[in-house]
Design a protein around this ligand. Structure first.
Ligand code: AMP
Length: 218
């Protein structure tokens, strides 16, 4: 069973690889960032609470995030596997998932971590454009869509995320090192951790991840 966690710092290429993985392996793509952005757009109570926190680059409190994932992961479409993108991001979130997964018969089966040096993360985030409809990511110089400003995948207009500015990015990176990086050892101890070099290029990274998933999905 492919019950996958995709992790890595902001700008590592999680969103891009997530899109490729869910298309290739027909898995539901559970991005907590996308879920929060949707909640904000719809003005739900969760969206109202998360709006300022996300814009500043901080993490949404664990209780809110865990509840959101509990509900999503329990839906029928996750029965045959799932891809968690951007969750867990803290040790308490990972512990909650370790409890929930087995309870609902959907324990995590592997963790994919993408590593990229900090200078490159800064370059990627500064030029990033995203599709607010399907979540696909582009870059103004190095990953342009076929038609400027339009998503190749779904035709929606591309936007720059509010938290993709230098100030919020610095906070996000700091939070990543303080709260998310400890998950590396956490999942190494569980024997679930697989690390990938995010500098090998989009297609090569996709190939390397696919090889692992094909082997694990047997
Ligand atoms: P992302 O699209 O994954 O970069 O997430 C965007 C923002 O949503 C993050 O910077 C956080 O503010 C919030 N967020 C997403 N996932 C989580 C999570 N697992 N825990 C706390 N906050 C999150």
């Amino acid at each position: 069973m492919l019950n996958i966690i995709l992790m890595g710092p902001p700008g590592a290429g999680k969103g891009t690889q997530a899109t490729a993985i869910v298309d290739a392996f027909h898995l539901p793509h559970i991005s907590t960032g996308d879920m929060f952005r949707e909640a904000i757009a719809q003005g739900t109570p969760v969206g109202l609470k998360a709006k300022e926190i996300i814009a500043a680059g901080n993490l949404v409190p664990d209780e809110i995030t865990i509840e959101l994932v509990k509900e999503r992961l329990s839906r029928p479409d996750c029965e045959h596997g799932y891809l968690l993108d951007g969750f867990p991001r803290t040790i308490p979130q990972a512990e909650a998932l370790d409890k929930l997964g087995p309870e609902i018969g959907r324990p995590v089966s592997l963790v994919i971590d993408i590593t990229v040096p900090e200078e490159e993360l800064i370059r990627r985030i500064a030029g990033r454009r995203v599709c607010p409809s399907c979540g696909a990511s582009y870059h103004v110089d190095s990953m342009k869509p076929a038609v400027e400003g339009i998503c190749d995948r779904c035709g929606h207009e591309l936007i720059q995320r509010k938290d993709d500015n230098a100030e919020s990015f610095a906070v996000r990176l700091q939070n990543y090192y303080a709260s998310t990086q400890p998950l590396v050892d956490y999942y190494k101890e569980q024997g679930l951790y697989h690390c990938f070099d995010g500098m090998v290029g989009k297609a090569n990274l996709e190939k390397a991840i696919n090889a692992l998933l094909e082997e694990q999905g047997q």
